[in-house]
Design a protein around this ligand. Structure first.
Ligand code: 3PG
Length: 402
C-alpha cells in the first residue's frame, strides 16, 4: 500500500476529521432516505476510531437537485444502526460547528451538516488552493488527523477531500483501504475483452469516462442501459421525443460524436418495457411511440447483452438497467447481474443499487469486487489517478516518517 492507514497512527484522544460518503438516494417527495447502505459502511471506520474524538463529514446530493438536503436524517439512521448517541450540528464551518468540535470528549462522534452547504465544497481545486479555502483554514486547526474514507467521491477535487492532507497528517479509512487494495489487485489480472455495462443517471460524467475507458483500452464493448442508454438511443434517432434531462442537446451531441468515433463499441437496447397503467408492456424499440417512457430492458436485449458478457475477460457493471425498485421492472437489472455472476470473467459490480440487488439475488459471493462507488470507480478503471488517492499517496510521502 502506498497510503497510510489507521494502523499507522496512535488514535487515542486525537481529534479526527473523517470524510465519508453518506450520499444516499432520497425520496423527492418525503425527503426520506431510501437506502442506508452508505451509512452502514461508515460504521467500520467509526468503530476503529472508538478512542478518538470523531467529526464525520459528508455531502448529500447536489445543490439544486432534489436529493440535496441536510444530514439530520443521516445522524438519526447512524444513531439507530450503532445503537449509541451521535451528536449533530446544523453547521459546517461556522462558530456552531467549531464550538461543537472543541467540546468533544474521547469516544464522541459528531456529524456535521451537508458539506455542500459551504460554497467552496461545490468546486474543484488544485491541492494548493484547496488548502487555502476557508473550510480547510478554519477547521484544520481543530484536528490532529484527517481520515479519508469517501471512496465514492474519490474523483472529486473538493476541499474536504484534497485540502486537509496538505496541512495535517492524513490516512485512508477502512473502506478506502480495502477498495484501493482490491482494485489494485484486480487491475493486475484484468484481461481483454473488457466489457462495460453502463446504466445510471449522471450522464455528463459517464460520457467523459466512457471516452477515457475506450481510449485507454479498457472498453472493448460498452453495453448501455438506463438513462445513458436512452441518451445514446436518442443520438441514434431511435427515441423520437426529448428525454427532458438537463443539458440534453449537449449530451446527445456528445453521445452522437462517440458513436461516430467508435462505431463498433456501443450496444443499445433493441427491446424495452414501458409502464402501461401499472402493467409491464414489452415492445421493440422501433414500435415505441413518442409518449412511451422506458422502464426496463426487454428479453431480446438481455439475451444480446448476456452473450457479449459471456465472452468477456473482464466485466464491469454500474447502474441499474431500469426502475428495478419496482418488481415489474427489475427483470433487466437482475438478469444482467446473473449473466455477470455466471460469467468466467473477472467481475466488478459498482453502485448502491446493484450492490443491493446482488444481495437480494444471493450472488454477492460470485463477484470479485463489489463497491457502492459509482462515478469514482468508473474513473478509476480508466487508469486515471483519482484525486483522493493522489492526496493520500502524497500525504504518505509527507507524513510517513513523522
Ligand atoms: C456519488 O454518489 O457518485 C458520490 O457521492 C459523488 O457524488 P457527486 O457526483 O454529486 O459528486
Amino acid at each position: 500500500m502506498k497510503v497510510l492507514t489507521l494502523d499507522d497512527f496512535d488514535l487515542k484522544g486525537k481529534t479526527v476529521f473523517l470524510r465519508v460518503d453518506m450520499n444516499c438516494p432520497i425520496d423527492p417527495v418525503t425527503m426520506e432516505i431510501l437506502g442506508t447502505k452508505r451509512i452502514e459502511e461508515a460504521i467500520e471506520t467509526l468503530t476503529a476510531l472508538k478512542d478518538a474524538k470523531v467529526v464525520v463529514a459528508s455531502h448529500q446530493g447536489r445543490v439544486g437537485n432534489n436529493d440535496y438536503t441536510g444530514m439530520d436524517k443521516h445522524a438519526k439512521v447512524l444513531e439507530k444502526l450503532m445503537n449509541r448517541k451521535i451528536k449533530y450540528v446544523e453547521d459546517v464551518i461556522g462558530e456552531a460547528a467549531q464550538n461543537a468540535i472543541k467540546n468533544l470528549e474521547n469516544g464522541d462522534i459528531l456529524l456535521l451538516d451537508n458539506l455542500r452547504l459551504c460554497a467552496e465544497e461545490n468546486y474543484e481545486f488544485t491541492p494548493e488552493n484547496a488548502a487555502k479555502t476557508i473550510m480547510v483554514s478554519r477547521l484544520s486547526k481543530l484536528f490532529d488527523l484527517c481520515v479519508l474514507d469517501s471512496f465514492p467521491s474519490a474523483h472529486r477535487s473538493h476541499p474536504s477531500i484534497i485540502g486537509f492532507p496538505q496541512v495535517i497528517p492524513a490516512c485512508a479509512g477502512k473502506i478506502a483501504e480495502r477498495e484501493v487494495r482490491n482494485l489494485d489487485k484486480i487491475m493486475t489480472i484484468a484481461k481483454a475483452p473488457h466489457v462495460i455495462v453502463l446504466g445510471g443517471s449522471k450522464v455528463p460524467d459517464r460520457l467523459e469516462a466512457i471516452k477515457l475507458l475506450i481510449k485507454n483500452g479498457r472498453a472493448d464493448h460498452v453495453l448501455l442501459t438506463g438513462l445513458i442508454g436512452n441518451v445514446f438511443m436518442r443520438a441514434q434517432a431511435r427515441i423520437k421525443s426529448p428525454l427532458g434531462i438537463k443539458r440534453e442537446d449537449e449530451v446527445v451531441a456528445k453521445a452522437h460524436a462517440l458513436i461516430g468515433e467508435y462505431p463498433d463499441v456501443f450496444a443499445t437496447p433493441v427491446d424495452i418495457a414501458i409502464d402501461k397503467d401499472g402493467q409491464r408492456v414489452e415492445m421493440d424499440v422501433r414500435e415505441m411511440r413518442k409518449e412511451d417512457k422506458i422502464f426496463d430492458l426487454g428479453p431480446k436485449t438481455v439475451d444480446y447483452y448476456s452473450k457479449i458478457i459471456a465472452s468477456a475477460g473482464t466485466v464491469f457493471i454500474s447502474g441499474p438497467a431500469g426502475f428495478f425498485e419496482k418488481k415489474e421492472f427489475s427483470y433487466g437489472t437482475n438478469a444482467l447481474l446473473k449473466a455477470v455472476a455466471n460469467s468466467m470473467a473477472t467481475t466488478i459490480v459498482s453502485g448502491g443499487h446493484l450492490t443491493t440487488a446482488l444481495k437480494q439475488l444471493e450472488l454477492s459471493d460470485k463477484i470479485e469486487h463489489i463497491s457502492t462507488a459509482g462515478g469514482a470507480l468508473v474513473l478509476y478503471l480508466t487508469g486515471e489517478k483519482l484525486p483522493m488517492i493522489k492526496a493520500l499517496e502524497d500525504a504518505a510521502i509527507k507524513y510517513r516518517s513523522k
